[in-house]
Design a protein around this ligand. Structure first.
Ligand code: M6P
Ligand code: ZN
Length: 191
C-alpha cells in the first residue's frame, strides 16, 4: 500500500467547502449531456441562461488503492432541468461490493439509489443526516431546496467510479418537482 503521512483538512459546515483540497471538480450544464431525462430542456437552459455550474466537488487526493479511505465534499447548486432537480451524474462503484457513507451539511437534498436489478429508492437529506450507500447500489444526489445543498462523503480507496452504466441506461426513476415537492417517478426514457 502507498504510505501517506497523517494530515487534516477543514470542512466548513455552512458552505461545504473543504480545504485544502488538491482538486476541485466542476460540473456545468454542458458536462451533463444525457444525464437528465429532459435533454432538450438542458440545451435550452444553456442557450437561455448560459452554462451554469451545477455542482462542484472538493476532492482530497489520495491513492485510489485498497486500504485508503477517499473523501470529498460536494456542493450542488439549486436549480432544475425541466422538472428534474439539479443533481450529480451518479455512478456505480467499479468494485460493486464497495459501500459509501454521506453526511449532510447544509441545504435540502435527496440521495437516490439504484440496485442493479432496477430497484430505485430515495432518501431525504439535510444537515446532520448520515446516509449509507450499501454495496451494489448506484448513487446520485439531488438538490431539492432553494439554496446550495452540501454533503461530505467517504468510500474505500479501491472502489472506483463506473459512470458508463448510468450514462447508457439512466436511473429507472427520476426525482422531479411535482406540486412544489420532490417526487420519485418512472424515468420516461427508460429503454
Ligand atoms: C459524492 C461521492 C463522490 C462523487 C461526488 C459527485 O461526493 O460519491 O465520489 O464524485 O459525489 O458525484 P458523481 O461523481 O457521480 O458526479
Ligand atoms: Zn460512490
Amino acid at each position: 500500500m502507498t504510505a501517506v503521512e497523517p494530515f487534516a483538512s477543514r470542512l466548513d459546515f455552512g458552505t461545504g467547502i473543504l480545504r485544502p483540497s488538491s482538486l476541485v471538480l466542476r460540473r456545468n450544464l454542458s458536462d451533463m449531456a444525457n444525464v437528465y431525462a429532459e435533454e432538450v430542456a438542458r440545451r435550452k437552459l444553456i442557450e437561455e441562461t448560459g452554462d451554469t455550474l451545477v455542482y462542484q466537488v472538493y476532492v482530497v487526493e489520495l491513492p485510489e488503492t485498497e486500504g485508503h479511505l477517499l473523501h470529498c465534499a460536494t456542493v450542488i447548486h439549486p436549480g432544475r432541468v425541466g422538472h428534474e432537480y439539479f443533481m450529480t451524474k451518479g455512478h456505480f462503484h467499479v468494485k460493486r461490493d464497495r459501500a459509501e457513507v454521506y453526511l449532510g451539511l447544509v441545504g435540502e437534498g435527496h440521495l437516490i439509489l439504484q440496485r442493479d436489478d432496477g430497484t430505485v429508492i430515495s432518501l431525504p437529506m439535510g444537515p446532520g443526516t448520515v446516509a449509507y450507500v450499501p454495496p451494489y447500489w448506484a448513487h446520485r444526489t439531488a438538490n431539492t431546496g432553494a439554496g446550495p445543498f452540501a454533503f461530505f462523503a467517504a468510500w474505500p480507496g479501491d472502489a472506483g467510479h463506473d459512470y458508463e452504466t448510468i450514462e447508457e441506461k439512466g436511473f429507472a426513476k427520476i426525482l422531479v418537482c411535482r406540486d412544489g415537492r420532490p417526487a420519485l417517478v418512472e424515468n420516461p426514457n427508460i429503454r
